[in-house]
Design a protein around this ligand. Structure first.
Ligand SMILES: Cc1cc2nc3c(=O)[nH]c(=O)nc-3n(C[C@H](O)[C@H](O)[C@H](O)COP(=O)(O)O)c2cc1C
Length: 167
């Protein structure tokens, strides 16, 4: 089986989880990049950056907007399973991942979703991602951003990977 991990990350938490998943699955990795990159919206401690960037990002998440993303270098149709990762903004999948799924939903054969969030149990991002991709994910994983910082997500990643493998 060929696996592809695709993710967006603004302040690095989702990237950590994506890399751990890819390592366990020996998957290829593709990062979704916005054409107009945002500065990190959260600092190391998870505190919001000042200025308008945070409310702008929150509004985009709230409105269900997409964003202009760079052409991805990896073709998802070459893979049996595509694992898509997102941070949660205002309870939602972020604009860049929304745009990625819309652009690539046809070639997605089988998908799994993961996210990092401050309150992962309350997120509805997976429902939105399923609707955008028009498919049911074979597995989902939501990781608390504090657990990423504390490096306490290995077990959760392992059981997610086992579910993706169908074990
Ligand atoms: C604009 C913005 C809105 C957010 N809204 C939520 C939210 O509604 N619920 C939640 O649990 N976490 C929320 N968060 C926290 C992020 O989902 C969390 O810190 C995530 O791990 C960040 O991922 P990243 O480091 O890969 O960018 C928000 C963060 C930002 C920047």
């Amino acid at each position: 089986m060929k696996y592809l991990v695709v993710y967006f990350s603004n302040s690095g938490r989702t990237r950590c989880v994506a890399e751990a998943i890819a390592h366990e699955l020996s998957a290829d990795v593709d990062e979704i990049l916005e054409r107009k990159p945002r500065f990190p919206l959260l600092d190391e401690e998870g505190k919001p950056a000042g200025g308008f960037a945070m409310p702008r990002a929150a509004l985009a998440g709230f409105l269900g907007a997409g964003s202009a993303i760079k052409q991805c270098s990896v073709e998802p149709s070459d893979y049996d399973v595509v694992l898509i990762g997102t941070p949660v903004w205002v309870g939602s999948v972020v604009p860049a991942v929304r745009s990625y799924i819309k652009q690539h939903r046809k070639p997605l054969k089988t998908a799994a979703f993961f996210c990092t969030a401050g309150e992962p149990e309350k997120q509805r991002a997976f429902t939105q991602m399923g609707k955008l991709a028009r498919c049911e994910p074979v597995a989902t994983l939501a990781v608390h951003s504090d657990d990423v910082k504390a490096n306490e997500y290995g077990g959760a990643v392992h059981s997610f990977v086992e579910r993706v493998r169908g074990k």
